[in-house]
Design a protein around this ligand. Structure first.
Ligand code: SF4
Length: 366
């Protein structure tokens, strides 16, 4: 796998999907049998993955089984929840303690670790010892919105590898710069994004959005640029992506990326998660008939961005979406190939939120 490669797989069966993904990447060709492999999920709070806050246990199980079946037995799961929450509690609530017992993979709480300072282009940052000891680090963030940094994905997930004291200091520094610089010190060997269920606008979940996909890449800046567009942002509008690119952590230019989709969107009609208040409010602008989660989630992200920009109330019609619109001629606007019978529609199966957002803004201003 090269730095400018991004792999995407669609579906809702995290374990099988991630195994297919790893086999396409041939991850085993990059790891020695003696390497210590660290799995770094996002367990920011003690909430189940269905809440949109934490990394899917199915994905973790899939990765462990894939590696163990190939003779890799030196695995650990390492994480430190956010300040004020207990990692131990998160391991328990999210089901990681059971995974640890069943597969004999130790859980490591970075809050309890020793740490030391490292220099990143003149910025000193304390990093936990275990994160630096790992030979092959698998970064496993969740595709989520964030109230201060707009998105949280690959680059920001490394914050779980620093002590609480340093997490507090990051907030006083405005998050963007220290997050970017931290990634000069710790570079994951690969990032595998849980895009099955993420959150609309908060890292602690509460407005889960099914996006039904897993995304993998070696360059965390490129992965975050791709994630930003999936959620309706221009990558360079996210401060830490821009800074990380400028200091040489990676490349945010998606036009140079090789994006390999391993399947088409196969998840079928969306499952209904407990949508939070915000997602329910945004759904008032949606005319849905049998939409896939991957498509519906993109539309919800786009509507959220439109709302943040103060434009949603100017959208005076509902947006048609879903397989139920296939072959129908509709006088209105639509999202996704199924809605091509609408007067105006956004291409894609599923389309990105960024493309939907640009389309909706044009509909409003035309
Ligand atoms: S365009 Fe249709 S088939 Fe494709 S993701 Fe959207 S709803 Fe599903």
């Amino acid at each position: 796998m090269n730095n400018n490669d991004i792999y995407v797989i669609y579906g809702d069966k995290g374990k099988e999907m991630v195994k297919q993904l790893l086999s396409a990447i041939k991850i085993e060709e990059e790891i020695d049998k003696t390497d210590l492999i660290g799995l770094k999920p996002n367990l920011v709070v003690a909430k189940k993955p269905e809440s949109g806050a934490t990394t899917s246990t199915d994905m973790i199980i899939g990765i462990i089984e894939y590696l163990k079946e190939r003779g890799y037995n030196k695995l650990i799961i390492l994480e430190g929840s956010w300040v004020g929450d207990s990692t131990q509690e998160a391991f328990k609530v999210c089901g990681y303690d059971k995974i640890s017992q069943k597969y004999n993979v130790p859980l490591f709480d970075t809050k309890r670790d020793h740490y030391r300072p490292y220099d990143a282009d003149g910025m000193s940052i304390n990093v936990c010892d275990k994160a630096m000891e790992v030979d092959y680090l698998i970064n496993l963030p969740v595709l989520k919105g964030h109230c201060q940094t707009s998105i949280t994905c690959a680059l920001k997930n490394m914050k779980g590898c620093i002590p609480d004291k340093e997490k507090r200091r990051f907030h006083t520094m405005g998050l963007h710069k220290p997050i970017a610089y931290l990634n000069k010190i710790i570079r994951p060997s690969i990032t595998i994004v849980d895009g099955l269920i993420g959150d609309l606008d908060f890292e602690e979940g509460g407005n889960p959005v099914e996006m039904n996909r897993i995304i993998a890449g070696k360059d965390p800046v490129l992965v975050d640029a791709y994630a930003a567009e999936l959620m309706g942002y221009d990558p360079h509008d996210i401060g830490y992506i821009k800074i990380a690119e400028s200091i040489g952590v990676g490349n945010a230019d998606l036009s140079k990326a090789n994006i390999a989709e391993l399947n088409s969107n196969t998840a079928g009609v969306r499952r209904f998660t407990d949508a939070g208040n915000k997602a329910r409010y945004l759904a008032k602008w949606v005319e849905e008939k049998d939409a896939c989660s991957a498509c519906y989630g993109s539309l919800i992200h786009a509507l959220a961005r439109l709302d943040e920009q103060g434009l949603l109330k100017r959208l005076d019609q509902k947006v048609c979406i879903g397989q139920g619109f296939k072959g129908q001629s509709v006088d209105g606007i639509g999202v996704g190939t199924c809605a091509r019978g609408c007067g105006q529609w956004v291409k894609g199966c599923p389309p990105k939120a960024k493309d939907i957002l640009d389309f909706l803004k044009k509909c409003i201003t035309d």
